[in-house]
Design a protein around this ligand. Sequence first.
Ligand code: PEP
Length: 251
Amino acid sequence: MRKNIIAGNWKLNTTLAEGLELATGLNEVLKGKSPKCDVVIGVPFTHLASIAAAIDTRKIGVAAQNSADKEKGAFTGEVSAAMIASTGAKYVILGHSERRAYYHETPEILQTKVNLALANGLTPIFCIGEVLEEREAGKHFQVVDKQVEASLFELSAEDFAKVVIAYEPVWAIGTGKTATSDQAEEIHAHIRATLAAKFGAKAADDCTILYGGSMNAGNAKDLVSRPNVDGGLIGGASLSVANFLPIIEAF
Ligand code: PEP
């Protein structure tokens, strides 16, 4: 059965004290509620252990926003999937367009990161999506197919079943410009068909595909009402409980 997930991506925001306040605040408001989706927060590395210890991780999953493409050794400044798992985090966001664009993460590097995440028991939230010029040239279907093929198609069916995909059109991230729910549904259905051709109809049907790109309290209901949109990856609107909670409650 496919899961619905609302995941926050805090990016390079919050000190440890601010992050703890945000996470425990969300934990508090969710105490009396039974959301119809899983809730995840993607926090800075420095916050992982403290936040995982401070909240009910059965109610709110903790995610890292990146992980190393190496297991261990002389790679100064890197944080491995095993280290992330040791903090109590259960997820890792991989392939975010900001990492692809600013840190030159290639499909091959991302394939390694996905493999290491899975080997260490983490659920990868694997991001794909086209830039504006690609959408305008009508190449968006091709672009997402390539991204999925290059980093996920070597996985076994068993490992693929543990991956969450986030479709995030780059032109909609942090811009206030959201894809329409028709655009999201169209490309999510396409991604699912691509997955079905490789991993089979059941595996594709069970795969959670999130939408990301300026999702907020105002547009979340419309987006998640579509049959192939299984939730969201949310940047800006995940930085306050007041903005994030209505998105969780959109289901
Ligand atoms: C993101 O960072 O994944 C994202 C979707 O950001 P925003 O919601 O701010 O567009």
